[in-house]
Design a protein around this ligand. Structure first.
Ligand SMILES: O=C(COP(=O)(O)O)[C@@H](O)[C@H](O)[C@H](O)[C@H](O)COP(=O)(O)O
Ligand SMILES: [Mn+2]
Ligand SMILES: [Mn+2]
Length: 345
């Protein structure tokens, strides 16, 4: 999968990031999202594959979606019989967030990126558009920290695993009123908190790399983003756990169905019989082969954002594979037809 689709998925996220970055700082979050979706869809439809979107995004805010169940790729098109050999057919499931952190992009803030994860059929958890309580931590703490433990206990464990004093730990938390108690507990325990307004995928994956000064992500974000984060963390050998949140009273912000009862019924209809299950990275991205790709739209902890020059653009993409055990940073210059110059800046 990596050798056949590796370069293709890089181009998919690059095209989405470039399209979205043209709307960076313009205060138009829906347009920044829409152009990324269109660019992603257009590029995916050129890939010789039969792909199915299992995680799209947008139900919560009516964003333009690559909708769940949508089929993409050359081998899903009407003339597929003529152009695709059934014996060589590549069938994959795809989780996408064409513009993760649309507000960040619209307001020129760091951490927005175009992301996707792919796996063989059934290899990614088709999370509902619910919220998810998340815990991400570096590989050294994998399986040692636990989302069922208090933040205070997890900070002690992290401190031991990373050989750092608690006040040398930085925990990323989304700035939401639902996290007021969590933030207080982390601070009382002696650790430092980096509050983010959006973009918990970038924050989760940053825990997988030392040198980012990010030692944990705690708190509630969106479930689809949880699956994409889990795919990357699985490939990196980092810790990720997620638990669906179906009670609107816990979330406090955002849309999450009318009531707890209605949400439980919806989960049941989807075949999720244990709504309180705690999922590991390996369960959220359970495929034998998992690939993650993310291209910076705005600059972030992991990647540069898109930089335009007359006649072109430069992008940076992170591609992580559980097969080859690689995390590649791919730096690309995209040239227009006849660029007046090709910039290294
Ligand atoms: O920031 C985020 C928004 O993603 P997008 O809609 O693609 O721009 C995500 O990283 C978060 O995980 C999540 O969507 C957020 O926590 C939703 O919570 P809220 O804003 O409180 O409704
Ligand atoms: Mn998102
Ligand atoms: Mn998005």
């Amino acid at each position: 999968m990596e050798s056949t689709l590796g370069l293709e998925i890089i181009e998919v996220v690059e095209q989405a990031a470039i399209a979205s970055a043209r709307w960076m700082g313009k205060g138009e979050k829906d347009i920044a999202d829409e152009v990324a979706v269109e660019a992603m869809r257009e590029r995916m439809n050129k890939i010789h594959m039969r792909g199915k979107i299992v995680i799209g995004e947008g139900e919560r805010d009516d964003a333009p979606m690559l909708y769940i169940g949508e089929e993409v790729g050359v081998c899903t098109q009407p003339n597929a019989d003529e152009v695709c050999n059934p014996d060589e057919l590549i069938e994959i499931d795809i989780a996408v967030d064409p513009c993760e952190g649309t507000n960040l992009c619209a307001y020129g803030q760091p951490g927005s990126m175009a992301v996707l994860a792919i796996s063989e059929k059934g290899g990614l958890f088709a999370a509902p558009d619910f919220y998810m309580n998340k815990l991400a931590a570096p590989p050294a703490a994998k399986g040692k920290v636990d989302i069922t433990k208090s933040a205070t206990e997890n900070l002690k464990i992290l401190s031991e695993c990373l050989d750092r004093a608690i006040d040398e730990l930085v925990v990323v938390v989304m700035k939401r009123s639902r996290h007021d108690d969590l933030i207080k507990e982390i601070r009382d325990a002696g650790a430092r908190v980096r509050l983010i307004s959006d973009g918990d995928v970038s924050a989760a994956i940053s825990c997988g790399f030392s040198g980012t000064n990010t030692h944990a992500l705690m708190g509630i974000g969106a479930a689809p983003e949880g699956v994409i984060s889990a795919a990357a963390m699985r490939c990196l050998g980092g810790h990720f756990q997620g638990q669906l949140i179906y009670d609107p009273a816990i979330v406090k912000t955002g849309l999450i169905g009318e009531s707890k009862e209605a949400n439980l019924a919806r989960l049941n209809e989807m075949g999720i019989t244990d709504p309180d299950k705690i999922y590991s990275a390996e369960e959220l991205a359970c495929g034998e082969t998992v690939l993650f790709a993310g291209c910076g739209i705005t600059p972030g902890l992991l990647m540069n954002g898109v930089r335009f020059f007359k006649g072109g653009a430069r992008t940076q993409t992170l591609v992580i594979s559980n097969q080859s055990k690689t995390a590649r940073f791919v730096d690309t210059i995209h040239m227009a037809e006849n660029p007046s110059y090709v910039s290294l800046k």
